[in-house]
Ligand binder design. Sequence first.
Ligand SMILES: *Cc1c(COP(=O)(O)O)cnc(C)c1O
Length: 411
Amino acid sequence: MNFDDISALDKADPLAKKRLEFDLPTNTVYLDGNSLGALPTAVKSRIADVVSKQWGNHLIRSWNDHHWIDLPTNVGDKIAPIVGAELGQVICCDSISVNLFKLLSSALSLNSARSIVLSTQDNFPTDLYMVQGLSELLGPDLCQLQLVAEEQIEQSLNEDVAVLLLTQVNFRTGQLLNMEKLTQLAHKQGILVIWDLAHSAGALPVELDKCKVDFAVGCGYKYLNGGPGAPAFLYVAKRHHALVKQPLSGWMGHAKPFTFDPEYKSASNINQFLSGTPCVISMSALDAALDVWQDVDILEIRQKSIALCDVFIRTVQMHDCLHELKLCSPSAANQRGSQLAFSHDNAFAICQALIEKGVIADFRAPNILRFGFTPLYTSFEDIWQAVTILVDVVTSELYKEPRFNLALKVT
Ligand SMILES: *Cc1c(COP(=O)(O)O)cnc(C)c1O
């Protein structure tokens, strides 16, 4: 593998032109789009319009005139095809954490003869914290968390389990779980399944309907590029809409919010999962960001993601000086998402030094250096450059300098 091979890959890349739809800083290789997606150019003009014209001039009329009130459903409808869902099952609102509270409560009450929520030890902590909070609220007779290792999920599915809560792509290692198989095995035991798509929506093909998933949540600010703190989304399979009940029964989930009825009566469709007023400015940013996907084939995203990871691994392996970086992601491409994790005793300091040199990666405690690959705007040349700089940081021992070894609030 040499620089000519890299250039050839970029020339043959059908997604290469999508990069022009993003505003990226120069002299930067951004390998952290799995944490905060880059800025789609269209978002800038949309936000200027929402603030100056819609809010500034049209004020409250914009709820109708500019369809602010429909943003949660319209944005949900734009996300639906990205996650393999027929329309009317996805809605944009709140954060993943809050949406998990709604879905966990819903699933537990649909399966109320059982109390166990089964999840993995290495799941993203907020997912586990939300179960713990709900368990405190409802008591152990109605909700208790059971944690197992990823390899033990299958053997832990039994008739005591009410809900299986899984993240499709592990946030640290990038391990990809088999959604179709695990959902099917869970259903055989009468278990309802909630999938967290934070690291899969927009990174690889997701087939919620085809896999007969019950519930899902996903992130607006990672691979969907909705901006910092962008609202999240949730999915509820249509077959559950009539029976389900969620406890954050705010007015936006009411069948007729503007009758101001003192009694709550939930909407019969996916809108019943709304609670309060949508965050119009950031939801508009996500709405504009999603237009980038209109002409994108998610299979091409997956192919390029696999190729980017492959080139990264191969270029790292070309350099003996990088032998202390141990790949902790699965080595088989079909078993991982769109990120690579390497362990190293000095992972934190190496990451800080890389950032100073213009390669944005991130660190995950205790010793993981994580690189995210976003096929919409990452080129093969980016990968080549990132590894070249990584070699420089490691061989020069630049990372040992004290300024790279100071603790940060956000990593
Ligand atoms: C990023 C991420 C979240 C974020 O949750 P918020 O409540 O939206 O901040 C949740 N779960 C997983 C798996 C994540 O990767």
